[in-house]
Design a protein around this ligand. Structure first.
Ligand code: ADP
Ligand code: ADP
Length: 237
């Protein structure tokens, strides 16, 4: 049931503390929304879960982050293994400057999940189907990913993320660059994907949290000030 356990997580950018004493359990096969004002630490928290903060030289992190019982914050888990288990979708759709096919096929090949071309073809089709994009792109798999509409590009990025069958998908405001129809499509897709994946999504849109999230965490000044199931959370005045 439990996917991620975070205990007393603190993070500093140089002298500036961006996360303070975060305790948070995230449940499997649910959507957890992170909400709160800009600059309160939501993206920083998300980046702790895939260790992207490690790329920033001034960062100092203290605390415990366990994923399925394994510490991911120490040196024990190597980053390549972590990238396989934790997929990421960004605010701005960012397909690689490659074909639609290659956007999806690249990571599984890098992680040695496929060797034969036929396995790769099958996996690409499955990921694109799961992302609700197959029918729209099956006749133009060699076109550049960037030739698609914004909403399609975001679903391509979701297909890319799920192609390696991660446990967790992190989404950083995945719909805020999209039009309302594409937003609804991506929200429906998230609702489907939670049957198989644990999803953590940052949103500044309370209505979106209320629509899609099973649990909602409210961040304020680097702390989680309220964390509850979404219905309870939004029932409070
Ligand atoms: P949110 O996602 O809620 O808008 P962030 O996690 O982006 O908040 O930011 C939290 C705090 O950390 C802010 O004060 C921000 O200025 C700071 N911060 C974020 N990224 C960096 C960085 N790469 N270097 C230094 N400070 C950062
Ligand atoms: P940004 O797009 O915010 O500048 P970075 O420069 O930190 O992000 O990362 C570069 C690219 O690496 C990202 O656009 C993304 O495609 C990829 N990437 C980094 N970390 C991950 C991850 N954990 N899962 C999937 N893709 C990742």
């Amino acid at each position: 049931e439990l996917s991620i356990r975070v205990r007393d997580l603190n993070l500093w950018y140089g002298d500036n503390q961006a996360l303070s004493g975060i305790d948070m359990d995230v449940y499997q096969k649910n959507i957890t929304a992170l909400i709160g004002p800009s600059g309160c630490g939501k993206s920083t928290y998300l980046r702790c879960l895939n260790r992207m903060n490690d790329l920033i030289p001034s960062v100092r992190i203290q605390g415990m982050i366990e994923m399925d019982g394994r510490d991911i914050n120490g040196k024990k888990m190597d980053e390549v293994a972590l990238r396989r288990r934790v997929g990421m979708v960004f605010q701005k759709p960012n397909p690689f400057p490659k074909s639609i096919y290659e956007n999806v096929a690249y990571a599984p090949r890098m992680h040695d999940l496929v060797s034969r071309k036929s396995d790769s073809d099958e996996l690409v089709e499955r990921a694109l189907r799961d992302a609700g994009l197959w029918e729209e792109v099956k006749d133009k798999l060699n076109d550049p990913g960037t030739s698609l509409s914004g909403g399609q590009q975001q679903r391509l990025c979701i297909a890319r993320a799920i192609a390696v069958s991660p446990d967790v998908i992190l989404m950083d405001e995945p719909t805020s660059a999209l039009d309302p129809i594409s937003t609804a499509t991506v929200e429906d897709l998230m609702d489907k994907l939670k049957q198989r994946y644990t999803i953590i999504t940052v949103t500044h849109n309370m209505q979106q949290a209320a629509r899609v999230a099973d649990y909602t965490a409210f961040f304020h000044l680097g702390e989680v000030v309220e964390y509850n199931d979404t219905k309870t959370m939004f029932a409070n005045p």
